[in-house]
Design a protein around this ligand. Sequence first.
Ligand code: ZN
Length: 69
Amino acid sequence: MRFQQQVEKPPEVNLKIWACGSENCNGWMRDNFKSDENPDCPLCGHSMVEEEKTLPVLENFSAVHLKKE
Ligand SMILES: [Zn+2]
């Protein structure tokens, strides 16, 4: 019998993010990277919508992300 190795889950936080409103684009960014109150998507220029996302605290802090499908 094998013991399953216990993987510690990294701590997660609920963050406000901005997701691209376009159906054809998966771009999103953290609220603290937005350029103004109603940011446009840096990838396609579409307006973005406010969302909440649960992210690991230690995730790398690049400005633009792609949603994982
Ligand atoms: Zn976009």
